[in-house]
Design a protein around this ligand. Structure first.
Ligand code: AMP
Ligand code: MG
Length: 413
């Protein structure tokens, strides 16, 4: 069993949505790297009573509780007070800290403001003090009789960050970074079943599946298994996912496509209808894509499919813009127009309107034209909203390009 930890952010501005909490992610990652199972992350208003209740509960339930915020000099900074009361300990004014803060206090004209600055010298009985390097509020580390630890850190990220390392010094980094596998063309649930099967009998590793339209990420988390075993497991899970797994090192699909193309010195481009430039946008977000990506023709109107991609108007009239024939002609036209090694076309019905029984919303035809001759085509029925269909179509286009460069049949699992 790994020791448990919780993160408590304190600030009415956080719970009321006036400021975004960025500290939780930073602190929680640092705790996970040190072998803690982070079981809770909560935000509490600048209010002594609910904060005391939260801290009382969490210091009983967890091995480590880290708070951030509420350590400043103003009336609403109540974390010191609430912590002392949750632990049943006194607050003691530290002479050393008071001396340090006198300089700051002296700069205030109002006597009350000056006195408030000095409240930052109040230390929970028995706590170790972490001196501030960038602000005025010190941090505190309290070892509890139960063996648990409570750490108080300031709220401003520039003050919190340098103190975090010092506060966690006695907890060495012990966990490997999570391994992140990218999966395309497989649903979240299907991916989860494959991973679960690959992990049967394996302990001390956690996994989670994070999905958005067109992209599923499998995260393998070190829960005591160690770096070498985690790496071996990542390789085994990648194998189980087969051709659907496009990366085992966190790279996204566009990055993988660009890296592969650079490796094989392959140039490519797109003919985009329903995706409206999304595929090109994803590729150009990758630094260095200019070495291999030539361009894309956003051929939305039939006139543009005809004039810029040389799709015969008769063909468009006979089969429709969303058809095997048009997709193929668009890819071949784009390969010609852009003078690239590989061109991929996408044409589909993103919805919400425009579907019919024969061509429902979500129907997308894609084609890949290479020097080898007639373009290979792929028909997909993609689910979701207009945006989801467009995102899934863009991912499919990138996947077909990846498969073509790796000589993987377009629909092989
Ligand atoms: P405090 O320590 O409560 O005086 O925090 C002062 C300022 O730090 C707040 O006004 C916020 O802008 C910022 N801050 C506090 N908590 C967080 C947090 N969890 N994430 C990001 N910024 C924060
Ligand atoms: Mg505050």
């Amino acid at each position: 069993m790994r020791p448990t930890a919780a993160v408590v952010t304190v600030g009415s501005e956080l719970v009321e949505g006036l400021r975004i909490d960025t500290n939780t992610a930073v602190i929680a990652r640092a705790l996970a790297q040190r072998g803690f199972s982070v079981v809770e992350a909560v935000s509490v208003a600048d209010d002594t009573e609910p904060l005391t209740r939260t801290l009382t509960r969490l210091t009983r339930e967890c091995s480590l509780v880290v708070t951030t915020g509420g350590l400043g000099p103003t009336h609403d900074d109540v974390t010191r007070e609430a912590s002392a009361s949750a632990l049943g300990r006194a607050l003691v004014r530290s002479a050393e800290l008071e001396a340090l803060l006198q300089g700051v206090a002296g700069r205030h004209q109002d006597l009350r403001a000056a006195e408030q600055v000095l409240t930052q010298a109040d230390v929970i009985e028995g706590a170790d003090v972490i001196k501030p390097t960038t602000g005025t509020a010190p941090g505190q580390v309290v070892a509890l009789d139960s063996g648990a630890t409570l750490i108080l850190l300031p709220g401003p990220p520039t003050e919190m960050l340098p103190m975090l390392q010092a506060a966690l010094a006695k907890f060495p980094v012990s966990s490997a970074e999570p391994r992140e596998l990218g999966v395309v063309g497989l649903s979240e649930s299907d991916a989860q079943v494959v991973v679960q099967r690959a992990l049967v009998g394996v302990s001390d590793v956690g996994f989670t599946v994070l999905a958005r339209p067109g992209d599923v990420r499998v995260l393998l988390i070190d829960e005591g298994i160690g770096e070498d075993a985690l790496n071996a497991l990542a390789a085994a899970v990648a194998t189980a996912l087969g051709h659907h797994c496009y990366s085992d090192d966190g790279r996204d699909l566009a990055q993988v496509v660009v890296d592969d193309a650079v490796l094989h010195q392959t140039t490519f481009g797109f003919a985009e209808s329903c995706t409206g430039g999304t595929v090109a946008a994803r590729v150009t977000s990758v630094p260095g894509s200019s070495q291999v990506f030539v361009g894309a023709v956003v051929a939305y109107a039939n006139e543009v499919k005809a004039s810029l991609l040389d799709v015969p108007p008769g063909l468009l009239a006979q089969y429709g813009a969303v058809s095997e024939e048009s997709a193929r002609a668009m890819a071949e036209g784009a390969r010609e127009a852009l003078s690239v090694d590989i061109a991929v076309s996408v044409t589909g019905i993103a919805g919400p309107d425009g579907g019919s029984p024969e061509k429902p919303v979500g129907l997308v035809w894609l084609a890949v034209a290479t020097a080898e001759g007639s373009a290979a085509v792929e028909k997909r029925f993609l689910a979701g909203s207009r945006q989801a269909v467009r995102d899934r179509a863009a991912a499919t286009a990138l996947d077909l390009l990846r498969r073509t460069m790796r000589s993987i049949p377009l629909n092989e699992t």
